[in-house]
Ligand binder design. Structure first.
Ligand code: PLP
Length: 406
């Protein structure tokens, strides 16, 4: 296979993965973002920085997270064997802590005082507030008033962790407005603040930097899978795709292994019409959002379309530029799972394995269940279980419990 796929060779120096990525910002801001790129490229190979991050990943986050054989589920399906990379067992309960810790350390080394971000469901906000508390940075989280009400437990967590929550009162008062206002807040003082993006999206260097912080997931899983099964490689990888950080984290270590089939699962929500899903690579076209090029769900004028998924961590109208590239060259198969399939998988994994998955991760489990049924039982599927479902349990039981005897 073309070794253009080798993760360390991508993106090019301007932040492009094929035609996607780059950085489209006003010149003043571009200079400051270039400083982040420069600082990160130095830090990334600095042995002290690496040692500091690895220490925290081991003793604070609890890495390595295990790879677990979902024996009951696999047996009940009667096809391929399903293995789970347990990112749900990390401190704070998801993969996001892998990159927020990295971003907070970069901020510290650049002598920034504050890290800021927007949050929708509050997951990125909680992971960032956690890293800020640990590293000793101030933390401003911009959050729409509608989301504040909907995701109150996460608001309380962020407050307990010492973050400032800045309620966003404009427009629909949800994620998009929160991004706009966080951006304005950043522009007011980009010298002492660092904007910590929550996935492999945004202008260069974020898609590269967040990917680099997440690739530990696949590097660990590769070794652990071989140890556990005695097979060199899994036959299939499956992960859910919102912005694309947990999936690229798993995929990166396997991109050059032609024998491994790779599946990224997008949320098709309640249907295939505009506003019913957030399946960007399935239905989108190349466009621009938040300062970078990628596939985008958009209207005629190129404005982002409304999106929906039962998993709020997956409803973003764009997608990481590296995924956009991997889609074009057909290295990764982008497939879908619906709300109902994800909820079914949520209950199956809970009841057959005693593991309550996040609704986002449930999309990956749902697709793995479908795939396993079509494959021989000598085949294997490695799923990234990106997070735990405690945050979703109240909502799921209220809305769907009656279908599952609750
Ligand atoms: C945020 C989130 C996601 C989606 O984000 P990616 O950048 O696509 O990984 C998936 N799973 C969980 C548990 C999340 O919190």
């Amino acid at each position: 296979m073309n070794d253009v796929l080798k993760a360390d060779l991508m993106p090019n120096k301007d932040g492009y993965f094929g035609n996607y990525g780059g950085s489209f910002l006003p010149p003043d801001l571009q200079k400051l973002i270039d400083d982040i790129t420069e600082a990160y490229l130095k830090l990334k190979d600095d042995p002290d920085f690496k040692a500091e991050l690895n220490y925290l990943l081991k003793y604070y986050v609890g890495r390595p997270s295990p790879v677990y054989f979902a024996k009951n589920l696999s047996k009940n399906i009667g096809g391929a064997n399903i293995y789970l990379k347990r990112e749900d067992l990390n401190h704070t309960g998801a993969h996001k802590i892998n990159h927020t810790l990295g971003e907070a350390l970069v901020a510290k080394h650049m002598c920034k005082k504050k890290i800021i971000a927007e949050t929708g469901a509050g997951q990125h906000g909680v992971a960032l507030a956690t890293a800020a508390a640990l590293i000793g940075l101030e933390c401003d989280i911009y959050m729409g008033e509608v989301d504040i009400e909907k995701e109150y437990p996460n608001v309380l967590r962020m407050k307990a962790l010492g973050a400032n929550i800045i309620p966003v009162k404009s427009g629909l008062r949800t994620l998009k407005e929160a991004v706009d206002e966080a951006f304005m807040g950043y522009l007011k003082d980009p010298v002492t603040q660092l904007y910590a993006i929550g996935s492999v999206v945004g202008p260069h260097p974020f898609p590269m930097m967040v990917r680099d912080f997440q690739k530990i997931v696949g590097e660990e899983a590769r070794v652990q899978f071989a140890e556990l099964t005695g097979k060199k490689l899994p036959d299939n990888l499956v992960a859910c795709v919102g912005g694309g950080s947990n999936s690229i984290g798993l995929f990166t270590a396997f991109l050059d292994d032609e024998s491994v089939n790779i599946y990224g699962v997008e949320p098709i929500g309640v249907g295939n019409k505009v506003g019913e899903h957030a399946a960007t690579l399935t239905f989108g076209k190349p466009g621009m959002i938040h300062g970078f090029k990628c596939y985008l769900l958009q209207d005629e004028a190129g404005q982002p379309s409304p999106v929906y998924s039962v998993a709020s961590g997956l409803d973003y109208p764009g997608v990481g530029p590296q995924h956009s590239y991997l889609f074009d060259i057909k290295r990764v198969n982008y497939v879908t799972a619906s709300d109902d399939e994800a909820v079914d998988a949520f209950f199956r994994l809970s009841r057959e394995e005693g593991i309550i998955p996040a609704l986002e991760s449930s999309h990956a489990v749902a697709y793995a269940i479908k795939l396993a049924g079509k494959l021989a039982n000598s085949k294997t599927i490695l799923v990234n279980l990106s997070g735990r479902g405690d945050k979703d349990i109240e909502f799921v039981i209220k809305k769907y419990g009656h279908k599952y005897g609750i």
